[in-house]
Design a protein around this ligand. Structure first.
Ligand code: ZN
Length: 196
């Protein structure tokens, strides 16, 4: 099992070049964000795809994540290949997001099923996103429906705003199409409220 002190990866986070180490640091950061989006204890069926490539094919699995308070650590395990790891020392690193830990999925009012590409596009928008929205993206789950965003109307509004900003800033044509489709569905999910 891999045991990782996240502090050792801090220098990689600022790197603009996405080398293998920086990519691995981003993967770890996503795991930490998912773990921080929920209270410590229960297993989180995360929407994070396993990074391993057994036989040069990407592992089809997703990660189960659990955060413990004692000892203070985050564990992940791939549901397909069994790849496991433990992350420690994330406190005070750029990945220490201190996200809101509610609502729990069963308490949330709104659900939206997204594709892996859509979720990846939202993860890219997380820096600078208000905490409610960043939390909803980080907290994305695997459900029987697929990869699912779960939250309250405020979180959906924050994510929609982040998408609008990204579209104004300019993105690639492919990302633009993806984000436009997502924005429409976000609006449909909360259509019984008056936010659009
Ligand atoms: Zn795997």
């Amino acid at each position: 099992m891999t045991v990782i002190s996240l502090r050792e990866y801090v220098d990689e986070s600022g790197s603009t070049e996405m080398g293998p180490l920086a990519r691995f640091a981003a993967y770890l950061g996503r795991i930490v964000a998912a773990a921080q989006a929920y209270p410590a204890g229960p297993i989180i069926p995360s929407a994070i795809r396993c990074r391993r490539r057994p036989n040069r094919r990407r592992c089809p699995g997703y990660l189960d994540i659990v955060r413990l308070d004692i000892p203070r650590e985050i564990r992940w395990e791939c549901i397909e290949c069994g790849d496991q790891g433990v992350i420690r020392d994330w406190h005070g690193t750029p990945w220490d997001l201190r996200l809101p830990q509610r609502p729990l999925p069963e308490e949330a009012s709104f659900w939206l099923v997204v594709t892996e590409d859509e979720l990846q596009a939202l993860v890219a928008l997380m820096p600078g996103m208000a905490p409610e929205g960043a939390r909803m993206v980080a907290a994305a789950l695997r459900t029987s429906e697929g990869l699912t965003l779960v939250g309250e109307v405020e979180a959906f509004m924050v994510v929609a705003d982040a998408i609008r900003l990204a579209l104004l800033d300019g993105v690639s044509r492919k990302t633009r199409q993806l984000l436009m489709g997502l924005l429409e569905r976000l609006a449909m999910v909360v259509s019984d409220t008056d936010w659009i």
